[in-house]
Design a protein. Structure first.
Length: 602
């Protein structure tokens, strides 16, 4: 009995949709890219309930005829390519002919379209790949795709959609990747009838500023290089614009967004020793490459692209970024202003030279000779190496960490009232069992974290009003995230008003953090939350918020502490639920046992 059979087109389309259409953002991406390929100059996107209920893309492109409108929803029907060789000369965003049939397979779709040469347009309705109706209709030139009830016939897929805030954030991310490539096109994005983005046609730099805020305008350095391999253009950030990971980092090749860790490494190499560890500068880099030298057909989402000569482009990119940083550096290479400078005499060989100083040394000294002092030094170094060497697990060094449950009361009772601060980083105090060494920043992170978590639980915090409100402008994706945890910020003492359009007014800050730059503090909190991702639960969001606040307001390294301040730090640390580790698992303190100290000085 034969068991192999052809799948129906509707089933095959649903399978293809699993790769191409993963969430509402995937639909937005495919439909907007089709509008761009159709030559649209104005594109409007409307979403309801983050695309769950409905999403709509309206453009003024070339439109479709009645026959093309029907054929566009057939598998592998495309106007972009004709033969396999065309894959290596692509100048359009789409080419496979999978997007529209995949969307129609898992949603209810209504397409209204008209070409400029036609007097009347076409309205086509499909439910789950099945054509429900097709009729003539009066409509403007262009196309209007409305997609309702995404995954209505695939409940398992619909169930795995994230919260509306998460899905809207994904839509904004996909939308940003397109609008940054086509600054000459006007884009509008509405969510639940509220305008989120309105981008007029403008030069690229202005488009970046329109998306990410005016602050970005002062942080960008242009790059421009044209070689036989490729043309590279765009902007990179100044070193001082570097932020934590999750910043604005974009690569585009021939108008298509791509991820490329190898090229990211080239950019970061140019900033070596210029930015703090763990931070990344923003960059918007555009590659123009001969389509024959790249392959975009290696992943359904087309975000992974293979280059024929990656190493050559790596070198060009690295040199271009270094040149941009060097040319726009504030450091002057040569300073000709010598007014008021001390006169440096010209060397005159006829003048009596100052004799070279006589250096006294012991010619019989041998540093490798065995002596009691040398042995002692070697012993000390060996022991210190053993005590500080990182191990596979924290249980390898049981003597260095006190037991939180049993030792904390005795430690706090038996510690010395006098403390010593070492190199502005560690607080050292004597305890019965030896010498306790506390990382002052990590200790205060633990203390502040537990205080902020308690405030979030109790909904109690005092607010210090600012004399003049500070204005905060966020990108659309960060604005969505900000709106999500705004009630929690109010709980811990912030007074922030949402002005709409990504603008927020900072009217007050928690009373116990005076002296900090409030705008920088809030931006760092948003960055930390963005690193965690928009799919966090409410409890996880509280943890992220409390930890971010603690990191940004805790005692910093290099801050000189008085003995009273160190005493307060130690007492509050041992009042915490866990004095040994920070909330993210870093050790806070260690104890050098008395026996090891005696052995060091034996």
């Amino acid at each position: 009995m034969d068991i192999i059979q052809l799948l129906p087109d509707s089933v095959a389309n649903q399978i293809a949709a699993g790769e191409v259409i993963q969430r509402p953002a995937s639909v937005i991406k495919e439909l907007v890219e089709n509008a761009v390929d159709a030559g649209a100059r104005n594109i409007r996107v409307l979403v309801t309930d983050a695309g769950r209920t409905s999403l709509q893309v309206i453009d003024d492109g070339c439109g479709m005829s009645e026959t093309d409108a029907r054929l566009a929803f057939e598998r592998h029907a495309t106007s972009k390519i004709r033969k396999a060789d065309d894959l290596f000369s692509l100048h359009t965003m789409g080419f496979r002919g999978e997007a529209l049939p995949s969307i129609a397979a898992v949603a209810q779709v209504v397409l209204t379209t008209r070409m400029a040469t036609d007097e009347i347009g076409t309205c086509l309705t499909l439910h789950g790949s099945r054509v429900v109706s097709q009729e003539p209709v009066a409509c403007p030139v262009g196309s209007n795709f409305r997609v309702d009830n995404l995954f209505f016939n695939v409940p398992a897929r619909r169930k795995f959609l994230k919260s509306n805030a998460t899905e809207l954030n994904n839509i904004l991310t996909a939308f940003e990747r397109i609008v940054l490539v086509y600054p000459d096109i006007t884009f509008q994005l509405y969510s639940n009838q509220q305008e989120m983005l309105s981008l007029r046609a403008a030069p690229l730099r202005q488009r970046i500023v329109d998306v990410f805020g005016k602050r970005m305008s002062q942080e960008l350095l242009p790059i421009e290089v044209d070689t036989a391999f490729c043309r590279i253009s765009g902007f990179v950030g100044k070193p001082e614009a570097a932020r934590k990971k999750g910043n604005q980092n974009y690569f585009f090749v021939n108008g298509r967004y791509m991820r490329h860790p190898y090229f990211h490494k080239a950019v970061m190499g140019a900033y070596e020793r210029l930015v703090a560890e763990g931070t990344v500068p923003p960059y918007f880099i555009y590659f123009d490459v001969d389509p024959a030298n790249i392959d975009v057909n290696i992943h359904p989402t087309k975000t992974e692209i293979k280059f024929e000569d990656e190493q050559g482009i790596y070198q060009i990119l690295s040199a271009a970024v270094k040149d941009a940083i060097g040319r726009f550096s504030d450091v002057t290479a040569i300073d000709f202003d010598t007014v008021g400078r001390p006169e440096i005499p010209v060397f005159d060989p006829q003048r009596h030279a100052i004799p070279m100083p006589d250096v006294q040394y012991n010619p019989s000294y041998n540093p490798f000779a065995t002596s009691p002092s040398a042995k002692t030094v070697a012993s000390h170094l060996s022991l210190l190496s053993d005590l500080t060497r990182p191990t596979a697990s924290q249980t390898d060094m049981p003597s260095l960490f006190p037991d939180a449950d049993e030792s904390a009361p005795s430690l706090i009772m038996e510690k010395s009232p006098e403390h010593y601060q070492y190199k502005g980083r560690y607080v050292m105090t004597a305890v019965k069992s030896g010498l306790m060494i506390i990382d002052q920043h990590r200790a205060d992170v633990r203390i502040c974290y537990e205080r902020y978590m308690e405030q979030l639980r109790r909904h109690s915090a005092s607010t210090q009003k600012l004399l003049f409100p500070e204005m905060l402008q966020l990108s659309p994706s960060d604005s969505v995230l900000m709106q999500r945890f705004l009630p929690d910020l109010l709980t811990i003492g912030f007074d922030i008003s949402d002005l709409g359009g990504g603008s927020f007014a900072l009217n007050g800050i928690p009373a116990d953090i005076e002296g900090y730059d409030p705008l920088t503090l809030v931006r760092n909190i948003v960055t930390d939350a963005a690193e965690k991702g928009s799919g966090v639960t409410a409890d996880e969001l509280h943890t992220v918020l409390a930890l971010s606040m603690a990191r940004n307001t805790a005692i910093d390294y290099g801050q000189v502490l008085s003995n009273d301040e160190m005493e307060r730090l130690v007492n509050e640390l041992f009042a915490c639920a866990n004095a040994n580790y920070t909330p993210d698992g870093h050790p806070v303190l260690a104890i050098l046992p008395q026996s090891d100290i005696d052995r060091l000085l034996h």
